[in-house]
Design a protein around this ligand. Structure first.
Ligand SMILES: [Zn+2]
Ligand SMILES: [Zn+2]
Length: 147
């Protein structure tokens, strides 16, 4: 099943096969809060080679807590954050779930950085929750080293 999404103005759009979704996460880190202007970002891990992109996002690079560099991609025209990735693991992209045309099928696997979550946007602790940086990132790095 092909899923698609876009920024608000449509200059940037993408599609990928639902079967290629690796995992879905809520990230409560302060960078995600600031860049989304909300309590968390909901991100979908998909291998870059499985994403069909139309248009070119502009990237703003920030240093992540683990020392990695997160490049946050957004539409230069309308400002919507569409996807991001760690410079050190560029073959896995983090698509912002809210940019999907239909996100009703998403099941969130875990929470990242619950330590910086706010009372007004409490994490659902019934799913796996990491207080800080999830080791899943480095696990994925190992997993996809061969790409
Ligand atoms: Zn746009
Ligand atoms: Zn985050």
């Amino acid at each position: 099943m092909i899923e698609s999404g876009k920024c608000q103005c449509g200059d940037i759009s993408y599609s990928f096969d639902r079967d290629n979704l690796i995992s879905a996460h809520h990230c409560y880190c302060s960078d995600c809060q600031r860049s989304t202007g909300s309590g968390k970002a909901t991100i979908l891990f998909v291998a870059k080679k499985h994403i069909e992109m139309q248009g070119t996002p502009k990237f703003y690079e920030v240093k992540g807590s683990s020392g990695s560099h997160v490049r946050r991609g957004f539409c230069e025209n309308c400002g919507s954050g569409v996807l991001s990735y760690a410079k050190e693991i560029p073959h896995i992209q983090y698509i912002k779930a809210g940019t999907l045309n239909d996100s009703s099928w998403i099941k969130v696997d875990s929470n990242f950085f619950t330590d910086s979550a706010h009372d007004w946007n409490k994490p659902d602790e019934s799913i796996k929750s990491f207080k800080g940086n999830p080791s899943i990132i480095s696990n994925i790095k190992t997993l996809f080293k061969s790409f």
